[in-house]
Design a protein around this ligand. Structure first.
Ligand code: AMP
Length: 190
């Protein structure tokens, strides 16, 4: 199995790139944000719980998110590998992921981070908000809160994976195709 953590702040292009990469590398794409949004739409208990956090631009509690992620992985026993998009976002989640991968006789091979400056992120998210239908994209204050939450709790995971020799940074500015070529070349070499 080849398992990639696709990393970067909100608006870095993780979702877009994961959709392309999964086809090129025959991997299963799991976006925790998408799973939460599906649950909110479906009015499930998990969705109701997650909603208040997401609408404020804050992280959903670790335990809830970790259990949800494990369930998503277990739904795909035949997978060739996974692209984790938006997970892990805290060190507790990163530890839980490492432990879980070991339990299923697998491993995280790399964290690949899409590097994009903050002002470009805000611009992209405001633009996306015009058609994504996401409440958390529609308001600049919430967008900035999400980016701050990323720097408070998530960015430090780069060091977590650097220490384990699994960190790779990629320039996340350019056309979608240019970025996907950079990403695919890197992932193919792992
Ligand atoms: P995303 O689609 O990745 O931008 O995620 C949208 C929102 O879902 C985030 O702002 C968080 O509120 C929540 N979320 C997604 N993934 C996680 C995670 N791994 N841990 C906690 N909250 C998450």
């Amino acid at each position: 199995m080849k398992n990639i953590v696709l990393f970067g702040p909100p608006g870095a292009g993780k979702g877009t790139q994961a959709e392309i990469l999964k086809e090129k590398q025959n991997l299963v794409h799991i976006s925790t944000g998408d799973v939460f949004r599906r649950n909110i739409k479906g009015g499930t208990e998990l969705g109701n719980l997650a909603k208040s956090y997401i609408e404020k631009g804050h992280l959903v509690p670790d335990e809830v998110t970790i259990n949800m992620l494990k369930d998503e992985v277990k739904k795909n026993p035949e997978a060739n590998g996974f692209i984790f998009d938006g997970f892990p976002r805290t060190e507790v989640q990163a530890d839980a992921l490492a432990e879980f991968m070991e339990e299923i006789d697998s491993q995280i091979d790399a964290m690949v981070a899409l590097e994009v400056e903050n002002e470009v992120l805000v611009e992209r998210l405001l633009e996306r908000g015009k058609f994504s239908g996401r409440k958390d994209d529609a308001n600049e204050e919430i967008i900035r809160e999400r980016i701050e939450e990323y720097y408070r709790k998530t960015d430090t995971l780069k060091d977590y994976y650097k220490k384990r020799d699994k960190y790779f940074g990629i320039n996340g500015v350019g056309s979608i195709e240019e970025i996907s070529d950079r990403l695919n070349t890197l992932v193919a070499s792992l």
